[in-house]
Design a protein around this ligand. Structure first.
Ligand code: UPG
Ligand code: MN
Length: 435
């Protein structure tokens, strides 16, 4: 099938996510993809954001926003914001292409990954949290209006077990886990950043083969404008040298200037990019595996809202004080060392409404708005959420201020591992509950 009919596709419904999409496009171009690049955007993104994407992508397509509004399931996921990811389903309408690879806006492509087009629908990598499910941050699919309608119908009838597209897609392509191993993409095509925490030895062994890194979770690279002097009142970013390398590379890509369109001869693009990056050779494919694990003190950062750069279409984070490092410096360092309307459709017929949430759940949701705990903390948070909800049901009283304060501290990462939050105490509470 001619390559002209194949495309990489990404999605952004907000300006910050546009920053991510921009990086996805820039990386793909820099690594010399021969496929088209498509960015799906919602009507609300700023003109500057759209223009910056148009510099890089072959097509910037405005799509309707689709929101599951399934707050109950999203609560369990710990990400009340992700109902909007149903918008992703519109990628099946891109029937001008015969085969596509979808990439979340929070992915970083480390080398040419055009070989993904050898795979069939629906190919994806395992989700690190539940490997019998695929992660929907990177997947191969075939656009089809019929599949699109069936997906929407499925969403309406069955909803999504996580409130986002991933739960929905996993129940739709339900034989993924067992039917065809060729549809299992190797994990290196969707290396979730949190896997660095959960299975570090494997990261040491195989991390250097990574082809696509996925910043899964609430904190994205664009939330980390200045790791060196983070504001003290912001949520925690658990620094990890391994992860930091990818974040630095993300910023280097973001600020890096790339010859944007594929119709230019490839050699020209390589030369220009190499010159701009101040490198004498093309950038190698992968980052070397880090040689040491370093568990550093957590630092704090604040999420930022981008605003347009006065002289270009590039979006620049609000905190201009981000450590100024030349893109060339960063990339060299890293590679050497390592159809539209503004309507928001809601598929709420079959979904739980906000009213279905108990007051305690609603409070927890409220408090967790901009806080992404580490994975293991998230699990405990869910347990604690259950605990709060159950205790409310039992006593029919308000969650106490002390509990709220405790929860707040927990969500901010100020966990009293040696005291109230010691594993023994959590186990005791669970035992009490289960008795
Ligand atoms: O406000 C938003 C939120 C998401 N997105 C897009 O949707 C993608 C998924 O959201 P993301 O924040 O990246 O989710 P993850 O942290 O990666 O969480 C997981 O869960 C999501 C919901 O099921 C899936 O979409 C993801 O692929 C899966 O990795 C993003 O990359 C964007 O492309 C937006 O455009 N605007
Ligand atoms: Mn993602």
């Amino acid at each position: 099938m001619p390559e002209a009919y194949q495309a990489f596709v990404t999605l952004a419904t907000t300006d910050p996510y546009c920053m991510g999409s921009l990086v996805v496009g820039k990386c793909l171009r820099r690594h010399g993809t021969t496929r088209k690049l498509v960015a799906m955007v919602s009507p609300n993104i700023s003109t500057e954001a759209r223009l910056s994407l148009e510099d890089v992508f072959d097509e910037v397509i405005v799509v309707d926003m689709l929101d599951s509004r399934d707050r109950a399931h999203l609560f369990w996921l710990g990400r009340p914001d992700l109902g909007i990811t149903f918008t992703k389903l519109h990628c099946w309408t891109l029937t001008q292409y015969t085969k596509c690879v979808f990439l979340d806006a929070d992915t970083l492509v480390l080398c040419n990954v055009d070989e993904l087009f050898d795979r069939e629908e629906l190919s994806a990598a395992p989700d690190p949290g539940w490997p019998d499910c695929f992660n929907s941050g990177v997947f191969v699919f075939r656009p089809s209006l019929e599949t699109h309608s069936r997906l929407l119908e499925h969403a309406k009838m069955c909803g999504s077990f996580d409130g986002g597209d991933q739960g929905l897609l996993n129940t739709f392509f339900s034989d993924w886990a067992i039917k065809d191993i060729n549809k299992h993409l190797p994990f290196i095509y969707n290396l979730s950043a949190n896997a660095i925490y959960t299975y570090l030895p494997a990261f040491h062994k195989y991390g250097h083969q990574a082809k696509i890194v996925h910043f899964l979770g609430r904190y994205k690279p664009w939330h980390i404008p200045n790791k060196q002097q983070p504001p003290t009142d912001a949520p925690q970013w658990d620094t990890n040298r391994n992860l930091d390398k990818y974040v630095d590379q993300w910023w280097a890509e973001y600020y890096g200037h790339t010859k944007m369109h594929a119709d230019e001869p490839q050699e020209l693009q390589d030369v220009e990019h190499t010159e701009q990056l101040g490198m004498s050779e093309a950038v190698p494919c992968s980052i070397q595996a880090p040689t040491s694990w370093h568990s550093s003190q957590p630092s704090v950062t604040s999420p930022t809202t981008p605003h347009p750069h006065p002289h270009s279409h590039e979006l620049v984070p609000q905190a201009e004080e981000r450590e100024e490092k030349e893109p060339s410096e960063l990339l060299t360092e890293l590679t050497l060392n390592a159809p539209s309307s503004s309507t928001c459709h809601q598929l709420e017929d079959t979904c739980l409404k906000p009213d279905d949430l108990s007051k305690a759940e609603a409070e927890i949701l409220e408090q967790s708005q901009f806080q992404e705990p580490p994975v293991e903390q998230k699990q405990e948070e869910v347990i604690s959420g259950v605990e709060s909800v159950l205790s409310e049901a039992a006593s029919n009283t308000e969650v106490s201020n002390a509990n709220l304060e405790h929860r707040k501290r927990w969500e901010e990462g100020r966990i009293d591992y040696l005291g109230k939050d010691a594993f023994e105490n959590i186990r005791m509470k669970l035992d009490q509950f289960l008795d």
